[in-house]
Design a protein around this ligand. Structure first.
Ligand code: B12
Ligand code: SF4
Length: 467
């Protein structure tokens, strides 16, 4: 049986990002492999299916070109992984491909655990997988091929004579330790890039999934923290480096350094096996120390993305991440001392944040002087605690309305509950970026560090996008 996965072009709504940031995310500046699809593709291939992935985003394919490739492969089902934040964009592609090919559509992804009924209200989506897809997907396909009854497959939703049906949930049984590595042989590895990439080709990897910490704004599903064995992570790195020629790996673990022994072991294995590649991680400032920073640097780490979020202790407390500012200062200093590139993430417009608090965050960002910063507007997302409170308070489930087709409603979300209306938050965001990046001392420092023309082009594009 032939199974096809499509990754449609990425489009994030302008309502929650500013126009320029949305463009940056959706242009060729950030093109990364879809790991959920690549993992499932590997699993299905091992289960005996003939699998293909069309990464329409990375390949820059139009809907017509994609449909033509779908027709040629003639799969039993076309599959998509749905994310709440860009659902309507994916939907337009699902509808377009369905119209052009008529082939049945199966969807999965976190959006299906949040709004399954709403997603199934669109007739071009035939079947949804809720929660884990590993065992569910082959079971569903076997039923559709005539070997079983849909109502016996756990964790799916579908329509039966126009009526929405949802089967009992499937218990989570598998972790990333139980499944094959993602199917990079089905991906256009040479098409992935980010504005900060220095060594191509690049890829994404996951050494752990989820996060046990509980920041109030965070939409990472609670209770889903799983780690992989360092040995297996390094085996996968080996495959990336030696089979696919990968030269940079972006670890997408929410907080790579949570368990320092795992980190030290992973670094030791990378070194002892002589694996040479650049890598980056995401970490929290209160989960790094000099020893692991040094070990990671020795193993080829080049960059750390730190969630710093605010420079105001009261706002940090409200975010449920009561990290003393001195701990932030120390972590950034140690990281710089190791010669690692630092990227600081900040949130503006958190509930109850006032103009003075935001200015404090700007001052703190300037004081820390990370190599790069990313400033995001606070947009409550499901299923975060902040979003749940908002829905309770207003009686409006904004993302449900969006899922049902009302994209305009998201314009009300940025900065809600803070002193900033969405329009002024856009202005503050731009002001923050400009104040940071347009400092002569900063520009001078960056220019000195540029090592290639490609890197310079990437940085120039990033700089232009914040004008
Ligand atoms: C790696 C990653 C990325 C990568 C790759 C994208 C991807 N989804 O694979 C990159 C960096 C590109 C990325 C981008 C984005 N991401 Co992201 N990402 C992740 C991360 C860390 C891991 C995803 C992963 O591969 N998991 C491993 C796989 C095996 O597990 P899984 O995704 O849960 O899939 C299982 C089931 O959901 C199901 N399933 C999933 N898809 C499908 C499809 C079918 C057909 C079937 C049958 C089953 C099925 O089966 C899988 C196996 O059980 C998650 C956080 C997390 N902890 O899950 C966020 C996460 C998925 N991302 C998120 C977001 C918001 C984004 C962006 C919008 C961010 C942005 N501003 O650009 C974009 C959207 C990109 C897109 N096209 O969807 C959110 C989604 C929230 C939501 N409500 O949907 C998450 C949950 C993080 C968070 N903040 O909470 N992301
Ligand atoms: S924001 Fe980061 S550290 Fe906080 S709970 Fe989410 S993933 Fe964990």
């Amino acid at each position: 049986m032939r199974i096809l996965f499509i990754n449609p072009p990425m489009a994030v709504t302008e309502q929650i990002y500013t126009k320029r940031v949305a463009k940056q995310y959706t242009s060729s500046a950030y093109v990364l492999p879809h790991t959920s699809i690549a993992y499932l593709a590997a699993y299905m291939e091992k289960a005996g299916y003939e699998v293909r992935i069309i990464d329409a985003f990375a390949l820059g394919l139009s809907m017509d070109e994609t449909a033509e490739q779908v027709r040629r492969f003639d799969p039993f089902a076309v599959c998509y992984s749905l994310c709440t934040q860009n659902f309507l964009n994916s939907l337009a592609w699902i509808q377009g491909i369905r119209e052009r090919t008529g082939i049945r559509t199966i969807v999965g992804g976190l959006q299906m655990s949040i709004y399954p009924r709403e997603v199934l209200s669109y007739p071009d989506i035939d079947y949804g997988v809720i929660g884990d897809g590993w065992e569910t997907m082959p079971e569903l396909l076997q039923c559709l091929a005539g070997h079983g009854d849909l109502s016996t497959v756990r964790g799916i939703c579908y329509r039966d004579e126009g009526e929405y049906r949802e089967t009992p949930p499937r218990p989570e049984k598998f972790t990333l330790e139980d499944v094959p590595y993602m199917a990079r042989h089905l991906l256009p590895n040479d098409r992935y890039t980010t504005v900060m990439t220095q060594e191509w080709p690049i890829t994404i990897m996951l050494s752990a999934l989820g996060c046990p910490l509980r920041c109030a704004y965070c939409d990472v599903p609670a209770g889903r923290y799983q780690t992989r064995l360092p040995e297996h992570v390094v085996d996968e790195i080996d495959e990336c480096v030696n089979r696919f020629g990968i030269r940079e790996i972006l670890f997408q673990d929410e907080t790579f350094t949570l368990n320092r022994n795992r980190v030290l072991e992973t670094c030791e294995l990378i070194r002892s096996r002589g694996l040479k590649f650049h890598w980056s991680i995401r970490a929290r400032v209160d989960y790094v120390d000099q020893e692991i920073l040094h070990a990671m640097k020795e193993a080829g780490l080049t960059k750390i993305n730190f969630g710093i979020e605010s420079g105001n202790p009261e706002i940090l407390k409200k975010m449920n991440r009561d990290i003393p500012l001195d701990v932030v200062r120390q972590a950034v200093r140690w990281t710089k001392e190791e010669g690692l590139v630092t990227l600081g993430f900040f949130i503006i417009g958190f509930p109850e944040e006032a103009e003075e608090d935001l200015k404090e965050t700007m001052r703190f960002a300037l004081e820390l002087d990370c190599d790069f910063i990313q400033v995001n507007k606070m947009v409550p997302q499901p299923p975060s605690p902040v979003y749940r409170e908002l829905v309770e308070r207003t009686g409006i489930d904004y993302w449900r309305e969006y899922t049902l087709g009302n994209a305009a409603i998201l314009a009300d979300l940025p900065g809600i509950g803070s002193s900033f209306d969405p329009a002024s938050l856009d202005i503050w965001q731009r002001r923050f970026f400009r104040k940071y990046y347009y400092r002569p001392s900063y520009i001078f420092k960056r220019l000195k560090k540029i090592s290639s023309f490609k890197e310079m082009k990437g940085l120039a594009r990033a700089a232009l996008s914040i004008r």
